[in-house]
Ligand binder design. Structure first.
Ligand SMILES: NC(=O)C1=CN([C@@H]2O[C@H](COP(=O)(O)OP(=O)(O)OC[C@H]3O[C@@H](n4cnc5c(N)ncnc54)[C@H](O)[C@@H]3O)[C@@H](O)[C@H]2O)C=CC1
Ligand SMILES: CC(C)CC(=O)C(=O)O
Ligand SMILES: [Mg+2]
Length: 362
């Protein structure tokens, strides 16, 4: 049966990079018989401009009814002064919560061709393959109470609440342990249990869940140390499981080990592997509209969609192979450009991936 993909381009470079992933899906349809149809809807700032809300009902409905969602990015300076409740980022958080996407898989894999684009020495990152499993619907991003109040003497005070329940921790921990079983059988749980009660509970629950996985080695690390270890010796990690905020920050850090934030895809999954797929980066207002954004993170997110939700792992392999081919050809967007390689724009990079994919059908 035809699978439906909701495409939510969003803001800034979002439409530029999702357009290239769209071309890749179209190529898979044409050349390899992938049975999908796509439908677009607004999210983020562009949705606010059109509907006065960053997540209009029509978008949430489309996302709920679709088999999978492909999202670009949301946000930008144009909407930064809006009240928090209608900021573009709330549209994204609303989608994650509304679809129950509690597990965010962020693979940080170094393509060998990009070793010299990494911010670390090639020998430190060669062969890097880390999976960050970030809890996505809890923590300080969703905790109540939150807000701003005025104290007696007229000074304003703002507050947020870091909160985790046992079931939220246990379910994402199981995702991490299950993933570790399919790879290096090591999970490092990252927390701040020396200071924060919410993460004392995190550590307790992860330790408890680990008993179900005697074949997987569990370690714990404080987040400040983890941030340091990621740039000191990143290959010590196999699967990292952590909360929403720490995972957000550590995955941006890990992306640079692979050459660029423009290389890191993600899958946000519910309990039945229905998912939303998006690059880990934001709307990059500094380069939006210039045609220079790296579309590979979004194209690789579409590959994750093929693998996790559409049951088309062989096609996911093909897309990843096509990305490797264009890197072999020496094509680089500005963010991964190094001496001796050819600088290309967003569209040229997307077209090259499509050409490499189509060549596999010959
Ligand atoms: N998932 C989402 O939709 C996210 C949205 N945001 C929003 O995006 C806006 C900008 O946030 P920033 O903190 O600047 O983060 P950002 O990820 O948009 O950009 C950070 C830096 O990375 C570069 N970059 C990002 N993606 C790139 C790509 N594909 N190719 C080449 N370079 C790339 C940007 O040019 C910029 O210099 C904000 O409104 C923020 O709230 C931020 C992160 C995630
Ligand atoms: C709205 C933010 C939480 C988006 C973000 O930075 C992310 O998901 O990586
Ligand atoms: Mg982020």
């Amino acid at each position: 049966m035809t699978k439906k993909i909701a495409v939510l381009p969003g803001d800034g470079i979002g439409p530029e990079v999702t357009a290239e992933a769209g071309k890749v899906l179209e190529c898979l349809r044409r050349e390899f018989g992938l049975d999908v149809e796509t439908e677009q809807a607004p999210v983020g700032g562009t949705a606010y401009d059109a509907h006065r809300h960053p997540l209009p009902d029509v978008t949430l409905k489309l996302a709920r009814e679709a088999d999978a969602v492909l999202l670009g990015a949301v946000g930008g300076p144009r909407w930064d002064a809006l009240p928090m409740a209608v900021r573009p980022e709330k549209g994204l958080l609303g989608l994650r919560a509304g679809l129950g996407l509690f597990a965010n898989l962020r693979p940080a894999i170094l393509y060998p061709q990009l070793a010299s684009a990494s911010s670390l020495r090639p020998e430190v990152v060669a062969g890097l393959d880390i999976l960050i499993v970030r809890e996505l619907t809890g923590d300080i991003y969703f905790g109540e109470p939150r807000g701003t109040r005025t104290l007696e003497k007229g000074e304003r005070q703002a507050y947020n609440t870091m909160v985790y329940s046992e079931h939220e921790i246990a379910r994402v921990a199981r995702v991490a342990f299950d993933a570790a079983r399919r790879r290096g059988r090591k999970v490092c749980s990252v927390d701040k249990a020396n200071v924060l009660e919410a993460t004392v509970l995190w550590r307790e629950v992860v330790t408890h869940v680990a008993r179900e996985y005697p074949d997987v080695e569990l370690s714990h690390m404080y987040v400040d140390n983890a941030a340091m270890q990621l740039v000191r010796a990143p290959k010590q990690f196999d699967v990292i499981v952590t909360g929403n905020m720490f995972g957000d920050i550590l995955s941006d850090e890990a992306s640079m080990l692979t050459g660029s934030i423009g290389m890191l895809p993600s899958a946000s999954l519910d309990a039945r592997n229905k998912g939303m797929y998006e690059p880990i980066h934001g709307s990059a207002p500094d380069i939006a509209g210039k045609g220079v954004a790296n579309p590979l993170a979004t194209i690789l997110s579409a590959a994750m969609m093929l693998r996790y939700t559409l049951g088309a792992a062989p096609l996911a392999d093909r897309v990843e192979r096509a990305v490797s081919t264009v890197l072999d050809q020496g094509l680089r967007t500005a963010d991964i450009h190094t001496e001796g390689t050819k600088r290309v724009g967003t569209r040229e990079m997307g077209d090259a991936v499509v050409a490499a994919l189509a060549a596999q059908a010959k």
